[in-house]
Design a protein around this ligand. Structure first.
Ligand code: HEM
Length: 363
């Protein structure tokens, strides 16, 4: 490949690659909130009732995690469609080989979803504080399992050489040297996104971020410093796991990531991360979070997230024979259905407006 991603592919392949990346970024925006938010709460709950009561971030997460989970799931549907069009053989084979292990993400997701509501229910507030710890712990373990499964499935889909042996052994588990570092990249990246999202939520909900009130601290850290610590540890974790993951990649893939196809995106990903880390360092030192800095951190986050998702695709297109799939992509592009799509888009939009109006009236 001599052109920057997504150029240089046949038009239909390029079209679906762009759609996959764009919709997957949206999935990541919400999924990061859910994954890192569940982790934040699971560990935060150990601080006990007094400290948790003054931690505005935990209160926001308790309130918003169920909604964010709904968004993460919904936003996962579009890339799920595009990934099947683009890499049908790879994606389906991995799904079939992992079998029940892969499908286990559905019951786990349902349990986590319901426990998020238990977590914010009046029922649990009437119980001893202790019970919030296992509930938050199970929610986090469930989401971590789902993330693990997506990474496992993805890596298996790229490792055609492993398919016969896995099928022959009847095992439902796939391991590879890239599994943990790759999962680590998504896990730690989730904290950088969460910090930015919480900062916006806090701002919109009237928290004092520009000049945090003195005295309101948890473990000696003000609200903005806690966010800075969250984002900074996430960013450093991404760098460590990204380096470890790079070691596991074959030379050809590394060349694709640093060459014309992915090189510019790699620079953008690192630059976006650097901007975020610099912004959060300023916040930690100054102990305040003015709007221009929040916008800077948000821009850095969006650039590194989008570039990260593109690089994820660069790894895949340099592993599978994407040119051989061009005919299938071109065929898929001829299949229409716009009127049906528009009809259901209108019905859904009307249903959403009705739901919002009904809820707003009730509130
Ligand atoms: C809320 C729980 C979820 C978590 C924590 C989660 C986590 C992840 C992670 C970590 C990845 C990246 C895997 C990798 O590149 O190594 C991923 C990819 C993906 N997720 Fe999610 N996910 C969740 C729910 C869903 C749901 C419910 C859907 C579908 C409706 C979905 C659709 C996708 C798709 C299509 C991909 C890309 C797969 C590929 O390109 O091979 N996710 N998810």
């Amino acid at each position: 490949m001599t052109e920057v991603f997504p150029l240089g592919f046949p038009p239909a392949t390029c079209f679906y690659l762009v759609l996959l990346v764009a919709t997957l970024v949206l999935h990541m925006v919400f999924m990061h909130y859910v994954l890192a938010g569940a982790a934040y709460l699971a560990f935060g709950r150990f601080m006990g009732p007094k400290r948790c009561a003054v931690c505005g971030w935990q209160a926001i997460l308790i309130d918003w995690l169920p909604f964010a989970t709904g968004l993460a799931i919904t936003a996962g549907v579009a890339p799920l469609l595009f990934v099947q069009i683009l890499y049908q053989r790879e994606f389906y084979t991995a799904n079939l080989l992992l079998s029940h292990r892969w499908m286990a993400i559905l019951p786990v997701l349902i349990v986590c979803f319901y426990l998020l509501y238990v977590q914010k229910s009046a029922w649990i507030t009437r119980r001893a504080w202790f019970w919030r710890i296992p509930v938050a712990g199970v929610v986090f373990a469930g989401f971590a399992f789902i993330a693990f499964s997506w990474t496992e499935n993805h890596l298996l889909s790229l490792d055609a050489a492993a398919w016969p042996e896995l099928y022959g052994s009847g095992s439902f588990r796939y391991t590879s040297s890239g599994l943990l570092p790759r999962l680590g990249i998504w896990f730690f990246a989730a904290f950088t996104t969460l910090a930015v999202e919480l900062a916006w939520q806090g701002r919109l909900l009237g928290m004092k971020l520009v000049q945090p009130p003195p005295g309101v601290a948890v473990m000696g850290l003000s609200a903005v410093r806690r966010l800075s610590l969250t984002a900074t540890s996430g960013g450093l974790g991404v760098l460590a796991c990204g380096t470890a993951y790079a070691w596991t990649l074959p030379g050809e893939t590394t060349r694709a990531l640093t060459g014309p196809l992915g090189g510019a995106w790699l620079v953008a990903a690192v630059a976006g991360l650097a901007v975020q880390l610099a912004a959060w360092a300023w916040v930690a030192v100054q102990n305040r979070f003015p709007l221009p800095l929040l916008i800077t951190a948000t821009a850095g986050c969006l650039v590194s997230l989008t570039s990260g998702v593109v690089l994820r695709e660069v790894v895949r297109v340099s592993t599978v024979d994407i040119k051989a799939l061009a005919v299938a992509h071109a065929e898929a592009a001829t299949i229409g259905g716009l009127p049906v799509f528009l009809l259901f888009a209108a019905v859904n939009a009307a249903a959403i407006v009705w739901c919002i109006r009904t809820a707003a009236r009730a509130v």
